[in-house]
Write a protein that binds this ligand. Structure first.
Ligand SMILES: [Zn+2]
Length: 60
C-alpha cells in the first residue's frame, strides 16, 4: 500500500491518500489536489510536480 499525507506536503488538511500501486496513488493524489485544493489538473501533471508528489509517497 502506498500513502501520501497532505500534511507532509505542507497542506493544512488531514487527508491521507492511498493507492495499491504508484500509478493509482498518483491518480488519487491528482484527483484530491484538484477537488480538495483547487489545483488545475495541468498544473499537477507536469514532470516537476509528479516528481515532487512521488518524493512524498510512503510505502507500507
Ligand atoms: Zn488534502
Amino acid at each position: 500500500m502506498y500513502t501520501i499525507s497532505c500534511r507532509d506536503v505542507g497542506r493544512d488538511c488531514d487527508c491521507v491518500i492511498q493507492g495499491e500501486t504508484e500509478e493509482e496513488i498518483m491518480k488519487n493524489a491528482a484527483e484530491h489536489a484538484v477537488k480538495g485544493h483547487g489545483y488545475k489538473e495541468e498544473d499537477i501533471m507536469t514532470p516537476e510536480m509528479k516528481n515532487k508528489i512521488k518524493s512524498y509517497i510512503r510505502k507500507s
